[in-house]
Ligand binder design. Structure first.
Ligand code: 5GP
Length: 114
């Protein structure tokens, strides 16, 4: 069964898309945790970071290049931003289709407290 992100890629459900090419789509998170909160998603259903393979390298590179362009276009490159990939239970992953969260638009504070 297609992931919710594949349904966004296929335009089966709506999203606020900010970037797209043949390898990557990026859209606003439905529940933003910062003034800028974009999800950067490969156009391949890789469930978790544990599942990436060297054959996926062009998708991984495309995700980083997309982040660079999106950050520039949204005006957060200079001040900076954070990217996060959650993996499995301890990482708090909810959608099992690899993605980066791109967060910015204000100082984000310490990465984690525990
Ligand atoms: P995860 O916890 O898997 O790293 O992050 C999944 C993210 O997807 C969450 O931040 C959640 O708000 C977002 N999300 C879940 N469903 C949808 C959706 O249908 N549309 C959009 N735009 N974001 C979604």
């Amino acid at each position: 069964m297609a992931t919710i992100f594949t349904k966004i890629i296929n335009r089966e459900i709506p999203a606020s898309i900010v970037f797209e090419n043949d390898k990557v789509i990026a859209f606003k998170d439905i529940n933003p945790q910062a003034p800028v909160h974009i999800l950067v998603v490969p156009k391949k259903e890789i469930p978790t970071l544990n599942d990436i393979d060297v054959q996926d390298s062009e998708y991984i590179l495309a995700m980083y290049l997309a982040i660079k362009d999106i950050a520039r276009d949204l005006g957060i490159s200079e001040n900076g931003y954070r990217i996060i990939t959650n993996c499995n239970t301890h990482g708090g992953q909810e959608v099992f289709h690899l993605h980066f969260h791109l967060l910015g638009g204000k100082p984000l504070g310490p990465m984690l407290t525990f």
